[in-house]
Write a protein that binds this ligand. Structure first.
Ligand code: SF4
Length: 173
């Protein structure tokens, strides 16, 4: 007999005629009808990332993720996280983006790809990828780690960031 399907069904267990009813803890405690307890579904959070690849001659900028968050200790390009998807205009005008630039600098900005969906176990990330082009002597993005593009492969990154770097550095693949 399929005990769970015929005798001890989740909705209406037939305790009266059950061969285990003398020893069943659930019946003795009077909670047979409320078992099994359904596991709560894992809450999935949507997050919105705007990654910015800076092209400054032979250099670019990265930083190491820290804090109690995904991808801790992995590297990534400058990031602006928002609570919803931003348009390009919203990004350009935002204090977060302006704050990355040295005073008065107006770089060339290009949207590389929009709305890249990246699914993790508890989060869905929607990423926009941007490229910012600046002269090699620019003082913008000073709080980030400046590295040679040649050395980029030496830094561990998430799959999402790797996808972004591939789009930028190997656009024909
Ligand atoms: S007595 Fe226990 S095992 Fe038997 S049907 Fe009831 S709950 Fe299920």
């Amino acid at each position: 007999m399929d005990f769970g399907a015929l005798q001890c069904t989740p909705v209406a267990p037939d305790c009266l005629f059950c061969p285990l009813n003398d020893s069943c803890v659930a019946r003795l405690k009077g909670i047979a009808g409320s078992l099994p307890v359904k596991q709560h579904k894992t809450k999935v959070t949507d997050r919105y990332f705007n990654y910015i690849y800076v092209r400054m001659g032979a250099y670019t900028f990265i930083h190491k993720r820290s804090g109690n968050d995904i991808w801790k200790n992995l590297y990534e390009p400058p990031l602006i996280e928002t609570d919803r998807e931003w348009t390009e205009e919203e990004l350009y005008a935002s204090p977060q983006f302006r704050g990355m630039l040295a005073g008065g600098e107006e770089p060339i900005v290009r949207l590389v790809r929009k709305g890249v969906k990246h699914v993790l176990s508890h989060r869905v990330i929607y990423a926009n990828f941007y490229e910012v082009i600046l002269p090699e002597n620019s003082a913008s993005f000073a709080k980030y780690q400046r590295i040679s593009v040649e050395d980029l492969h030496k830094f561990a990154v998430s799959r999402l960031v790797n996808q972004f770097f591939s789009l930028i550095l190997e656009p024909n693949n």
